[in-house]
Write a protein that binds this ligand. Sequence first.
Ligand code: DON
Length: 585
Amino acid sequence: MCKAGPNARRGDFRLLLCLVVLASAVPVPAATPIIDYRDRFHPVVGEAGMVVSQEALASAVGARILERGGNAVDAAVAVGFALAVTLPQAGNLGGGGFMLVHLAEGDRTVAIDYREVAPRAAHRDLFVGDDGEVDTQLARFSHRAAGVPGTVAGLTHALEHYGSLPLAEVLAPAIALAEEGIEVTRPLAFSLAHARPRLRRSAAAAGYYLRPDGSAPQEGDLLRQSDLARTLGRIAADGRAAFYEGGIAELIVTEMAAHDGLITAADLADYRVVEREPVWGSYRGYRVAAMPPPSSGGVHLVQMLNILEGWELAELGHNSAAYLHRLIEVMRRAYADRSRYLGDPDFVAVPAELTAKAYAARLRKTIDLRRATPSSAVAPGLEIPEESPQTTHFSVWDRQGNVVSNTYTLNFSYGSGIAVAGAGFLLNNEMDDFSAQPGAPNAYGLLGGEANAIAPRKRPLSSMTPAMLFKDGQPVLATGSPGGPVIITAVLQTLLNVVDFGMNVAEASAQPRIHHQWQPDEVYHESGVSPDTLQLLRGMGHHMVPSRRVLGRTQSIASDGARYYGANDTRWPGGAAVAPEPASP
Ligand code: DON
């Protein structure tokens, strides 16, 4: 009826009518991120790309790079360096992370692993004291808590291989922010006040982040970071070598030597970025790409989606007891596997079966749809801590269709709280992400085994989950979150909200979340889950506990190919989705 045969000509009204009728008859896939004016939350809409991060100045830096013709990787690297200045609790030079890059040209997706590595002098019992117990102070707040930082290597690697602008150009905004200073925002003042006791213990950190009298800066103060500006300037001039072999390396080694730290010049010179194949999965006609080990994020995201695919979740109703029961049981099984099997793939063989549909089908059969399965042993006191640690995620999309989804961290807010004197940046405490001893939980209550034991030059297991969703071969969503183990469940729920419940990306981010991680046998929930639902879940045997902190802070972008929809999670103030101005004709 509507054939555009050889006789069809431009202006053929009948053909046009047919096309319009056909187009309106094509069902809109649930996840098409169109704006529906009945929604309660709305993303920022852009026509020339999008940058979303947890700090507004850094998002603006990325948007300006896109406006100047930089691609998504140029903008992402600029954001990564800018956040090291404007979001010192999580943005960093002294930490590490993971970047997922989708390249429109050649339709490739690469996973860049710039996770910290254990120094050569590290060993299995590094943090076990004479009494046989794990010394958490040493594992979290000492120079020994630091893994060899990967951030500078990771960002410069990404730029060199997939960016288009010179390093000095993408670093210039961060250098200016550090040199000229930033006005302390309310969230930064809040965060610095919270971290003050820890920052005071390092003279260098106190000098960089506190007032001369030792008090925390107030909102409106100017925070100048001249040592950091110099460090960034050295990287702009000499690239990664400045950090791993040059003057900055010397400062790190001096800091370590003076405080019983382990990182040596050889550790720094040896640091390598690893490009890995993303973990790929499929879910209801979408393809999912996410971070492979040494992050557990991608494996368990795909594993949980595989199990959930066996049920019609949309029919159960969003955040209904029947729906949340399935989520909890799936999370329980995934985190039990995480604890048993996951570790640095260069040291342990992570079973490929974990992401197989057949394995998911077997696990699904073990789930009783009426009752909670108790986690094998309830370990009392293993709560996730009240202190809100900070990692940070950012997503960037350019108009050529290149996409970056990046999560990086110092582990805790401000890492160990120890800064490298003279260099202007903080050290991570990522060594605590190893399992210091089988059965001893890390700071997130996560249990690990042999697969994640400490070894020289090994990467600690992570939960960071930069992720992307593809439909018909095109990227439609990029997301990720901070939150330690909560990261994987926050990303999971964001994807389910988009795919199963057809929410726009801002709605999907704002919904109340839950989190379960096998041990402890408790389910944390945010406010906004109905008391009736909680009652029903308790009746099924779940230990429902109000979470003392928010469950993740996603920074997401969706696209339908024509527009870009940015959603900065409302769970922390001060972030922003910024759309670059379209180039004037
Ligand atoms: O790599 C990990 O899984 C942790 N070091 C991340 C820590 C984190 O997300 C803290 N932030 N909220």
